[in-house]
Design a protein around this ligand. Structure first.
Ligand code: UGA
Length: 456
């Protein structure tokens, strides 16, 4: 099939690459001239395992090409995918300005029947409006259809998620368009949910909001476990083995971040208030998430006191999760900023996100290190903020002698608490009453946070 993909962000670039790998002829379109040149030269604008190989292979075999001209990209295509960004606006609603602009241009350039497919995450009612805008902008009376086809890929795993999705959702009011979409996706042998526009749009928000709810739920369970002396990791394991619940998205931590969950949960809440409905559960999910990082930082300030000037913390992890260089809405970055706000100096390391983090955090009080041990060396304490697997395999014996105080604040529950404690560290994690919490509870209230050299 001949397909035009408008927008070369995560969804558009990965989509274009995978569709071409399935044997289709794809033209990717973006207004960013420099970005298009970089991609053509084989340089990926995002860090995504496996992506560059697929892009290069398909550029070489002629299945994949790129242009900055929408009319050129569209002219031959049977399907036009809209994959432009829908960031959060000042009001918490999705900012749809890029969607409206592309829809107008598609209308102006339409010369024969095409299926216009919306992959961007858009609130309920948007596909109907896109259809109206395209119609209003037609220069030649042409038939066309619109399909809502939300994307469920995760950053860092987008290639495998697109190659092997759990399901495909296609919402449309046209049987002709649905049959075109079936031709594109049927070979995957995975369930295809065919529905109306509005349900398709809602499935995307409901899925992200439900996953965010799982995370906030387990984070609140963690609060309870710390108080009731249970272990949230074990609780999650025991819950997750129930097929009706499932083990994924039950890792307690410092809260969810990234370019999707925070904005989509907020946008769903706005949709509900716009419909004069107060979605109380979602309000709670957002509130719990926003508090989660503060609970974590309060463990540090309860231990060391609120004046952290003169102290240096090794920060492992800056990306919003593992396997990405993305720091958008990263809770790790927020925690780093909070610690700086209390006067701390930071020695930071992330396997992929250093460049992006430096642009966000600047240089004042922060040393950017080449590896995890360089960050730890000479720091007062270790703080783990992103769930990179390489942080789970830290050589604890080695770092014991490197830290000025043997304290570890593990925001992702990566380390084995018993092992860490047996090596003489004072350990804090999320959702478990470790020796660090025991110690804080024994302190008199109002304790200023005295630190002893090399542990206690
Ligand atoms: C998310 C969804 O998982 C995708 O299905 C969706 O397509 C995508 O948003 C989107 O709307 O485009 P992504 O933002 O890449 O994908 O990241 P996730 O892997 O979902 O992680 C989101 C956040 O939740 C991260 O900060 C992660 O650290 C946190 N998280 C995740 C937890 O704190 N605990 C968990 O158990 C799982």
């Amino acid at each position: 099939m001949k397909i035009c993909v408008v927008g070369t962000g995560y969804v558009g670039l990965v989509g274009a690459a995978i569709f071409s790998d399935w044997g289709n002829r794809i033209i990717g379109v973006d207004i960013d001239v420099e970005k298009i040149e970089r991609i053509k030269g084989g340089e990926m604008p995002i860090f995504e395992p496996g992506l560059s190989e697929i892009v290069l292979k398909n550029i070489k075999n002629g299945n994949l090409s790129f242009t900055t001209s929408l009319s050129e990209g569209m002219s031959d295509a049977e399907i036009v995918f809209i994959c432009v960004g829908t960031p959060e606006s000042d009001t918490g609603h999705a900012d749809l300005s890029a969607i409206w602009k592309v829809s107008q241009e598609i209308g102006q350039n339409l010369g024969d029947y095409k299926v216009v497919v919306v992959k961007s995450t858009v609130p309920v009612g948007t596909n109907e409006k896109i259809k109206r805008i395209i119609k209003e902008n037609l220069r030649i009376q042409t038939e066309f259809d619109v399909v809502s086809n939300p994307e469920f890929l995760r950053e860092g795993y987008s290639v495998e998620d697109m190659m092997d999705p759990d399901r495909t959702v296609i919402g449309s009011d046209s049987e002709r368009a649905l049959s075109v979409m079936r031709r594109l996706y049927e070979h995957l042998g995975k369930p295809i949910v065919e529905c109306d526009f509005r349900s398709a749009e809602m499935i995307k928000y409901a899925s992200n909001a439900f996953l965010a709810t799982k995370i906030s739920f387990i984070n609140e369970m963690g609060q309870l476990c710390e108080r009731a002396d249970a272990n949230v990791n074990v609780v999650a394991k025991g819950m997750g083995l129930d097929n009706r619940i499932g083990p994924r998205f039950l890792n307690a931590g410092i809260g969810y971040g990234g370019s999707c969950f925070p904005k989509d949960v907020e946008a769903l809440y706005k949709t509900s208030t716009d419909q004069a409905y107060d979605f109380k559960l979602i309000r709670g999910v957002m509130e719990v998430n926003s508090m989660q990082k503060d609970h974590f930082v309060s463990k540090i300030t309860r231990y060391f006191g609120k004046n952290l000037s003169g102290k240096t913390f090794a920060i492992l992890g800056l990306a919003f999760k593992q396997n990405t260089d993305d720091i958008r809405e990263s809770v790790a970055i927020k925690v780093a900023k909070l610690l700086r706000g209390f006067g701390a100096n930071l020695r930071v390391y992330d396997p992929e996100a250093m460049y992006n983090a430096k642009k966000e955090l600047g240089d004042a009080g922060i040393t950017y290190c080449l590896d995890k041990y360089e960050a730890i060396e000479g720091s007062d304490s270790l703080v783990i903020l992103t769930e990179w697997p390489e942080f789970a395999s830290l050589d604890l014996g080695r770092i014991k002698g490197m830290l000025k105080t043997s304290t570890i604040f593990d925001g992702r529950n990566l380390l084995d608490s018993e092992k860490v404690e047996s090596l003489g560290f004072v350990y804090f994690c999320v959702g478990k009453r470790t020796n660090g919490l025991e110690l804080l509870d024994k302190r008199p209230t109002g304790h200023p946070g005295v630190i002893l050299k090399n542990g206690r």
